[in-house]
Design a protein around this ligand. Structure first.
Ligand code: ATP
Length: 438
């Protein structure tokens, strides 16, 4: 890690735009505030973040299954979950400049951060964060639907479906990745807080007397996930909520926080939610929701441990944590030191020159690697510039096809971090790359 860089935020935002990680939505129309689109490189990085989460939470476990529930849901779901009543932020308006703020985020609740007026705020009022729309051709009562503000409720409403079809029994989990929507009053800090974002959530259902032990387990497991993918431990911390921050049903919540350039910010919350959600849905739906433990011959409502992470927010943390600059031959080299599992491209195939003589062999090499790894092929500009372009999007290995390759059927493989080069024969290339990429 390099020293803390006061310009890190701007540098990452610039790189994101310049290299096609993240674009402002509807930019040709002036942009749509705090809404972003993921470009050709960003979509790969975001997908890798989600794939790594799915791999560790579902694929590599025998006790977690997946789900993909609908984004739209009828009001009853959010009546039961408490979101209709409680999912709100305290909102104040400045009477002087008409800007709106979240009261709990004001540094000084008597001074407007926009125009500097003192004591200019209205009384705080609760502002519900859910997006409301209508299903079908008729608007009005009975046709309302909400866009989910978290993916979790789709898991709770499907609890019995999953229980009855998967043959899992507590302790077991249901994991889901997908979009969520919140009408945030003060979105900002790039993709840190947006109104449309992606979450990676898992609800782990456990016998009530095991809740505390599983809560500890998931706090540690989830923190390890971020460090395992290369975020330096000193950039992460676990922050247990104070008693006055806890929801009434939660007996413990800890946030996993990342040291962003503006300070600590939440990446994920791990919550010990008791049986609140299942109880609420059982009551409001009138359905029987419970687990029958055959051995003990008793029915019970499992307790829930919920690790809830943001995919888009984590992607931003991985970008910030991996961004590095170093001086090479009086020049600044930007390099994203991403774990190869997260890197958008694992391999770039670069013919030394655009001359026709090299093209067939370069295509042959690209064809060898493309089925196995997401790979780039680039023949524009001089080779030095192309190495730098791959460095700044985090490509771990560049494979260069040069004129000697035509004779010796070998290529040069260059390492992103050390810039060291190895000559590798084509018949050993796949094994060599596989070993280097892990
Ligand atoms: P915050 O306090 O930052 O508003 P939260 O505590 O409301 O977040 P949760 O409801 O616990 O967030 O959601 C779980 C995760 O979803 C968060 O840790 C974060 O990574 C992500 N997330 C929540 N809101 C947003 C948002 N508006 N934009 C991007 N990611 C979000």
């Amino acid at each position: 890690m390099s020293q803390p860089d006061p310009d890190l935020f701007d540098k990452v935002v610039n790189l994101s735009k310049r290299r096609g990680f993240v674009f402002q939505s509807a930019e040709i129309y002036g942009g749509f505030r705090s809404t972003y689109d993921y470009g050709p490189i960003g979509v790969l990085l975001l997908r890798n973040v989600k794939d790594q989460w799915w791999r560790s939470m579902v694929q590599e476990r025998h006790d977690v299954v997946g789900l993909d529930a609908a984004i739209m849901a009828p009001p009853k779901v959010f009546e039961a979950s408490g979101h209709l009543e409680n999912f709100s932020d305290p909102l104040v308006d400045c009477k002087s400049c008409n800007e709106r703020f979240r009261e709990d985020q004001l540094e000084d609740p008597s001074i407007c951060p926009s125009c500097g007026a003192t004591d200019s705020f209205t009384e705080a009022r609760a502002f519900n964060l859910m997006f409301l729309t209508h299903a079908g051709p008729v608007e009005g009562a009975g046709h309302e639907v909400y866009l989910r503000p978290e993916t979790a409720q789709g898991i709770f409403t499907n609890f019995m479906n999953v229980l009855n079809t998967s043959r899992k029994k507590p302790p077991f989990g249901i994991a889901q990745i997908g979009k969520s929507f919140r009408n945030e009053i003060t979105p900002g800090n790039f993709v840190f807080r947006t109104r449309e974002f992606e979450q990676m959530e898992m609800e782990f259902f456990v016998p009530p007397d095991q809740a505390d032990q599983w809560y500890e387990y998931w706090c540690k497991e989830r923190l390890d996930w971020y460090t395992g993918l290369g975020i330096a431990p000193e950039l992460l911390r676990m922050r247990p909520h104070d008693a006055d921050e806890l929801s009434h049903y939660s007996s413990g919540t800890s946030d996993i926080e990342f040291l962003f350039p503006w300070g600590w910010g939440e990446l994920e919350g791990v919550a010990n939610r008791g049986n609140y959600d299942l109880t609420q849905h059982a009551e409001h739906s009138g359905e029987r929701i419970e687990y029958f433990d055959q051995q003990a011959n008793e029915h019970y409502l499992p307790h829930v441990i919920e690790p809830a992470a943001g995919a888009t927010r984590s992607m931003m943390a991985f970008l910030m944590a991996s961004y590095d600059e170093e001086t090479v031959n009086d020049d600044t080299r930007i390099v994203l030191r991403l774990d190869p599992r997260l890197a958008p491209f694992k391999v770039a195939v670069l013919p030394l020159s655009k001359k026709d003589t090299l093209t067939p062999l370069a295509h042959e090499v690209f064809d060898m690697v493309k089925g196995r790894w997401m790979s780039d092929y680039d023949e524009t500009q001089n080779i030095g510039k192309r190495y730098r372009r791959q460095d700044e999007i985090g490509t771990p290995l560049c494979v260069t096809v040069d004129f000697d390759s035509l004779d010796d059927r070998a290529v040069t493989v260059r390492d992103r971090d050390t810039m060291e080069q190895d000559r590798v024969s084509l018949d050993q290339l796949i094994d060599y790359l596989a070993e280097r990429l892990g």
